[in-house]
Structures are given as structure tokens and as C-alpha cells.
Design a protein around this ligand. Structure first.
Ligand SMILES: *Cc1c(COP(=O)(O)O)cnc(C)c1O
Length: 391
């Protein structure tokens, strides 16, 4: 037996990063990389952002953890800010995206069951979805590669084609409690839902008394140029899961809900030992200081437009490598003809970090703070990598 001390559940690239600054990462072997993966959409403000560092340092010297047996000032502040900036009336804090989704699913079941509808527990999800790696969330995501060897599948999840309202309507039964979709599928390959589809989901959820849950763990927190991706559709969900970018690299998850959806989540119904501890809250509040500052999200949109304007012709110039560029804001997918792993590897050889996604997509998820210099550097790297790949 010779299993690695770190359980080998990842096929890791052989590089160790030592420090980061803004959009740049420095490896122990002396190489420097432009980080357009952002730790999978997590380091939304780049590395070592001075405001985040200062906030975390100050909190680290004061208080790390107390537990949810007591009031936590940072939680109350963060919850009030998220409520003020969204459809939500209340927020549960946890430590990851999967936990935020678990909370969302529990809210949906309890909403119906506390009203006497004991039969309502099923959740309709979309094919290609990703909601995390817990037993419930791999069942929600429904992807064979995530379920393999972990049977039995948790009961209560029905999958339909993403974007198809006919299938959605047909899948609703008296046991259905909720609909769960990502407004933009992330791991699935950066697939934005039609805004009309999101609005139609609202209509059908209302018609059948279902809760509408959006998983914005990847597309939320400013990545599309709005705090929440569903804002582009001008509609309100009942529950939203948030995580990745929220702590800027510190593990924080949040489940946002309307009062109607969460009215039965009373004391004792849900919990987390670490969730929302003072250290995590100082990080997330610092992230919001930046993201909610006037003009920041407009700046994200302006930055994204510049990047897209340079990416589009580049992608068109290499039709043997790329099929299309898709996504929204700084959540960008390059759908490839060549194997996406080869493209990511070639980008990395030229100093650019990116992430593979479903449907043979390469994901570009740069920190939201990139400027012209980073855009230009990335384009040069992609151009050089593409020229090499096509030769
Ligand atoms: C990453 C992700 C999750 C899971 O988040 P973890 O923090 O890894 O548990 C859930 N939903 C979406 C859309 C994600 O992108």
C-alpha cells in the first residue's frame, strides 16, 4: 500500500504556490502565473487584497470563534447587508457551497412539511448541474461520475434538461417541493440560462406552490457584474445559495431566503459549529465593503466588456481550437474542439491559469479586480498558446 498522505481525490497539477498578489500567483519554483481561475471563482478580489488582509489580521488578534450559541456581531452585520442588497429577508451562514445547498434543500422540505404536506420532499434539478459533493448534493447534481461507488443515491431529486420548460412542467408531481437551478451552470461548462427561462421558473413555481432555489455559489457575488446573476432576469427567487467568492478565499457559505420560505426554520432546525464565526464574518464583510462600494460592479461589467472584445476575435481566429466563447461578465467559457485539458495545460505553459469545465469548456474566472494590464497579459498568453496549439 502506498497511498499518498493527502487522500488522492484530485489529479493535481505539479505546482506549489507560495504567495499571491492581486491577480498574480508566485510558485515555489520561481514561476509566476496570471490567475484566471481564482481558485475556482473564489478569490474574487485577487490575492492578498490589502483591505481583506487588514480586516482578517485585526479580527485574528481579537476573536476567532465563539459558536452560534451566542450572538455574533459580524454575522448580524453581514446578514443585514445581504438582506438589504437582495430579495432575501434572512440568511444562514455555513462554510461551503455544498452546505449552503444542503440548507436550501432542508428549507424546501421543511417549508412544505411544517405546513402538513408530508409527501412533499422532491426537488427538480437540471441536467449538467453541480451543487456540491455531499451525499445529497451529488444526488441533486445527478452526475454519474460523482455518484459512482456512492450508492444508494439520496432519494428526492428529479432531473430535467436545463432550459426546457416543458420538461420542467412535466416533472412536477404532488411530491415536488422545489426547483433548483444555477442561473449560469458553472462546472457544467459556463452555460447561462435564458433570462426568460428564469422568469418562467418563477411563474411555474408560483403556479404549483413550489420554492424556487437558485444555486449562485459560482455565478453570484458580482461575477456577472451584478451581485446576483438572477438580477439580470429582474425576478426574485425564494432561496439562494452563495459561497465561493463570498469570503474572498476564506471558507464562507450562505443560504439566503425570503421570510416566506424560511418561516419554519426556527431554533433547533438547523445548525453549524463553525458557520459564520467571527473570523469568517470579518473576511466576508471585508469582501462586501469592496464589492458593494459604489461603482465596483459597474467596473466589473466594463472590465468584462474589454476582455470579451479581445477574446471574441481571438476565438474566431482559431476555429480548430475553439467553438465559441460564452458566459456573462467575468464568468467566461471557451468551448473547445481540442481537449480542454490540453488547452488549460498550454495556457499554463504560457503563464495563465484557467479551469476545465463540462462540455469540453475552459473556464476563465479571473478575480473581479483585474485591470487593463491583466487583460492584455492574458490575451497575449492565450494568443501565444493558441498559435502553438494550432501549429
Ligand atoms: C462549487 C459549487 C458548489 C459546491 O461548493 P463547495 O464549496 O465545493 O461545497 C455548489 N454549487 C455550485 C454552483 C458550485 O459551483
Amino acid at each position: 500500500m502506498s497511498i499518498a498522505a493527502v487522500m488522492p481525490t484530485y489529479a493535481r497539477t505539479d505546482v506549489v504556490f507560495d504567495r499571491g498578489e492581486g491577480a498574480w500567483l508566485y510558485a515555489t519554483d520561481g514561476r509566476r502565473f496570471l490567475d484566471f481561475g481564482a481558485g475556482i471563482a473564489v478569490t474574487a478580489l485577487g490575492h492578498a487584497h490589502p483591505h481583506l488582509v487588514a480586516a482578517l489580521k485585526a479580527q485574528a488578534e481579537k476573536l476567532w470563534h465563539t459558536s452560534n450559541l451566542y450572538r455574533i456581531a459580524g454575522q448580524e452585520t453581514l446578514a443585514e447587508r445581504l438582506v438589504a442588497a437582495s430579495f432575501a429577508d434572512t440568511v444562514f451562514f455555513c462554510n461551503s457551497g455544498a452546505e449552503a445547498m444542503e440548507c436550501a434543500i432542508k428549507i424546501a422540505r421543511r417549508y412544505h412539511q411544517a405546513q402538513g404536506a408530508k409527501e412533499k420532499f422532491r426537488v427538480i434539478t437540471a441536467r449538467g448541474a453541480f451543487h456540491g459533493r455531499t451525499l445529497a448534493t451529488i444526488s441533486a447534481g445527478g452526475q454519474e461520475k460523482h455518484l459512482d461507488g456512492f450508492a444508494p443515491k439520496v432519494d428526492g431529486f428529479d432531473q430535467v434538461a436545463f432550459g426546457n420548460m416543458n420538461e420542467m412542467r412535466a416533472a412536477i408531481t404532488p411530491q415536488t417541493a422545489a426547483i433548483v437551478v444555477e442561473p449560469i451552470q458553472g462546472e457544467g461548462g459556463i452555460i447561462p440560462a435564458d433570462l426568460e427561462y428564469l422568469r418562467n421558473l418563477r411563474t411555474v413555481a408560483d403556479e404549483f406552490g413550489l420554492l424556487l432555489i437558485f444555486d449562485e455559489v459560482q455565478c453570484g457575488l458580482g461575477r456577472t457584474g451584478k451581485l446576483f446573476a438572477h438580477e439580470w432576469a429582474n425576478m426574485k427567487p425564494d432561496v439562494v445559495a452563495l459561497a465561493k467568492g463570498l469570503g474572498g478565499g476564506f471558507p464562507v457559505g450562505a443560504c439566503l431566503a425570503s421570510e416566506k420560505a424560511a418561516q419554519f426554520m426556527v431554533a433547533g432546525t438547523h445548525g453549524s459549529t463553525f458557520g459564520g464565526n467571527p473570523l469568517a464574518m470579518s473576511a466576508a464583510n471585508a469582501v462586501l465593503d469592496v464589492v458593494l462600494a459604489p461603482g465596483f460592479l459597474d467596473q466589473v461589467t466594463a472590465t468584462a466588456e474589454k476582455l470579451w472584445a479581445k477574446l471574441r476575435p481571438l476565438v474566431a481566429k482559431y476555429p480548430k481550437i475553439y467553438d465559441e466563447v460564452r458566459g456573462k461578465g467575468l464568468m467566461i467559457g471557451l468551448k473547445c474542439h481540442l481537449p480542454n485539458k490540453d488547452v488549460v495545460e498550454k495556457f499554463m505553459a504560457h503563464g495563465l491559469l484557467s479551469v476545465v469545465g463540462g462540455e469540453n469548456v475552459v473556464r476563465l474566472l479571473p478575480p473581479l479586480i483585474i485591470g487593463d494590464a491583466e487583460i492584455d497579459a492574458a490575451i497575449v498568453m492565450i494568443e501565444k498558446a493558441s498559435a502553438e496549439l494550432s501549429s
